[in-house]
Design a binder for this molecule. Structure first.
Ligand code: FAD
Length: 316
């Protein structure tokens, strides 16, 4: 079933969440533990992030280091299949440009097609730390280019015009958006211009970058509507859990932390107090979003699945 149909058919805001594949070498049970914790809230879909290869430096006995290229969190497609088989939940694997050649993307699409996984989130992928050599010259630069490859695949056209059989259920997909503007966009107008292209090109719905100030989301949705972007815009929410996030989150995700929350974090004496503050803020934030018409809440669970569970308990 397509995520857009689930959204349109639902009378209440939907609960969904994102998980990361375990670090290379760690057990898939780390993923199952999160799903076990959150499945009672009836998640309508579960996203699985995708990660490009990056350089790490391995220490050698002589005190020098060897530079190696690794994917720290491999297994997106396999985990999507495992979630589908084990829980009957709808998996939404992320497909990214960075670090993947067009050929590798096509192999992933073929695997997903064979597995009967038809919902995707289509993204450019993080630039930071990406192995600059991997996929170079053969990977897409922007999410819209990757989108074109997927749209052609849906019509049975592969790379080099190869004929692809058996696309009974074409991929349908969502894409990303940024209520506080993408960090590389020179201004909001430019970001919205490209966002509109994503929607015209076939994105069924959008999921936002995390934010803590609901006003940013509401005014962003209003601007999108004024620009003719009419698809559902699902807020992405991550509860704060550590004091260091006060500076790390604005730096990495370019998101403002409202002063009321910031001062609460500053005054906290331990991370467990910060976690409590994050849960309380998350409940208030999500309640308001749901009351004012958000189509669902999509939770980022990395390191905070306990907090997400406590927030979801109050809302779903
Ligand atoms: P794009 O839509 O390609 O936009 C990137 C920038 O280029 C924007 O500034 C945009 O305005 C501009 N732009 C777009 N098209 C053009 C064009 N044709 N010409 C000129 N400029 C253009 N990262 C991962 O690595 N793995 C993940 O699994 C992952 N999951 C995510 C999930 C969500 C919900 C979100 C919000 C982000 C996720 N990210 C993930 C991070 C994301 O990949 C980065 O934020 C990335 O920098 C941008 O991705 P995008 O798909 O929005 O890119």
């Amino acid at each position: 079933m397509r995520i857009i149909d689930i959204i349109n058919d639902s009378r209440n805001p939907l609960f969904s969440f994102e998980i990361l594949p375990p670090l290379k070498g760690n057990s898939i049970f780390r993923v199952y533990d999160i799903i076990e914790k959150l499945k009672r809230f009836d998640p309508k879909f579960v996203n699985i992030t995708s990660h490009h290869s990056e350089y790490i430096y391995k220490p050698l006995p002589d005190g020098t280091h060897r530079r190696v290229s690794v994917v720290k969190r491999p297994g997106t497609v396999a985990i999507a299949a495992a979630i589908q088989n084990r829980y009957g939940l709808i998996p939404v694997p992320h497909i990214i440009c960075k670090g993947f050649s067009r050929e590798e993307t096509e192999y992933a699409l073929l695997d997903l097609n064979f597995l009967g996984i038809t919902n995707l989130l289509v993204l450019r992928g993080d630039e930071k730390g990406a192995d600059p050599m991997h996929g170079q010259g053969h990977s897409h630069q922007y999410a819209t280019e990757l989108q074109n490859q997927i749209n052609l695949f849906n019509k049975g056209i592969g790379l080099d015009d190869m004929n692809i059989e058996g696309i009974e259920t074409p991929f349908s997909y969502g894409m990303a958006c940024y209520p506080e503007k993408h960090e590389e966009a020179p201004n909001m107008e430019s970001d919205l211009y490209y966002l509109k292209k994503k929607v015209e090109n076939g994105a069924d719905y959008l999921i936002t970058q995390m934010f803590f100030d609901n006003e940013k989301y509401f005014s962003f949705v209003e601007r999108c509507r004024a620009e003719g972007i009419t698809v559902p815009i699902i807020p992405g929410i991550k509860p704060i859990s550590k004091k260091t996030q006060l500076t790390v989150l604005p730096k990495i995700f370019r998101t403002d932390i409202p002063e009321e929350l910031a001062s609460r974090i500053r005054e906290s004496k331990s991370d467990s107090e910060v976690k409590e503050a994050g849960i309380e803020w998350g409940i208030r934030q999500c309640m308001e979003l749901m009351e004012k018409g958000a189509p669902g809440i999509h939770f980022y669970t990395m390191s905070v699945s306990d907090s997400v569970s406590k927030i979801a308990e109050k809302l779903f």
